[in-house]
Design a protein around this ligand. Structure first.
Ligand SMILES: C[S@@+](CC[C@H](N)C(=O)[O-])C[C@H]1O[C@@H](n2cnc3c(N)ncnc32)[C@H](O)[C@@H]1O
Length: 241
């Protein structure tokens, strides 16, 4: 698929994406997102959530931010996904008991060509998004450019497990069960066939960790979750940059 097709696909499934995610991951997604938030210290002031989609990942980070005057940007190229994110934020803001410390902006943009200045962000995240990015190397370099020296990169992504027995079982699960549940919920089975293909084609953990390092990031690490079906990658921009 080219960039325009991927954008159209996400526009098309935007309204049912969150519900489909919950059911296709059998609820495990919530546990993964909690593991992800453990990487946010709360002292970050400038935050970028790339491929923010419907804003779940962005608001997950925002909930941890304690720094006054923090600015959080969610960037995605699907305008329809962003609309869902903006509505979600509006609902939260309308409930006065939900105090959000940060100023949040959902912006349309391509993560491989970011419209932000150099050395700006304390943390850059991308949750279940990088495997859908056509030019991943360019995106990792762009994240590096806009991160402050000492800034962090946190990426969470699905993986196709390497161990052969479980690999077959998982292949059956994502190829049959996930495609059908996601397809019924979003009324777009083709979208879920594509999403499963991107999970299968995503590079193995060690290879992707090396790609992060090649983009300039230091201290790249990978934390494998749930029988290697999901990984949290983390890295830092060295203070010498
Ligand atoms: C699977 S969703 C993830 C959404 C969200 N981060 C979450 O945690 O659920 C992937 C998102 O990546 C976006 N995307 C894919 N390639 C992109 C690119 N090059 N630039 C910006 N957004 C992109 C899609 O539009 C989609 O909303």
């Amino acid at each position: 698929m080219d960039k325009q097709n991927v954008e159209n696909l996400f526009d098309n499934i935007s309204r049912r994406y969150d519900v489909a995610n919950y059911f296709t991951s059998l609820g495990i997604e919530r546990y993964w997102r909690r593991k992800f938030s453990a990487h946010i210290s709360g002292s970050e002031k400038y935050v970028l959530d790339g491929c923010c989609g419907t804003g779940i990942s962005t608001l997950n980070i925002v909930n941890k931010i304690k720094e006054k005057g923090a600015r959080v940007f969610g960037v995605d190229f699907s305008e329809e996904m962003l609309e869902v994110a903006r509505r979600r934020l509006l609902k939260i803001n309308l409930k006065s008991e939900n105090k959000i410390n940060a100023e949040i902006e959902f912006k349309q943009g391509d993560v491989s060509d970011l419209n932000f200045k150099d050395n700006y962000f304390d943390i850059i995240s991308i949750v279940f998004g990088i495997r859908n990015v056509i030019n991943r190397e360019e995106a990792l370099k762009e994240f590096f450019r806009v991160a402050k020296p000492g800034g962090k990169l946190i990426i969470m992504e699905f993986n196709f497990p390497q161990k052969s027995f479980f690999r077959k079982l998982y292949s059956f699960y994502i190829g049959r069960v996930l495609v059908n549940i996601g397809g019924v919920i979003t009324k777009n089975k083709k979208a879920y066939q594509y999403l499963v293909t991107t999970i299968k084609n995503f590079p193995p953990v060690e290879e992707f960790t090396s790609l992060i390092t090649s983009a300039g990031w230091a201290n790249a690490k990978a934390e494998k979750l749930t029988l290697e079906t999901c990984t949290i990658f983390s890295a830092e921009k060295s203070c010498n940059n």
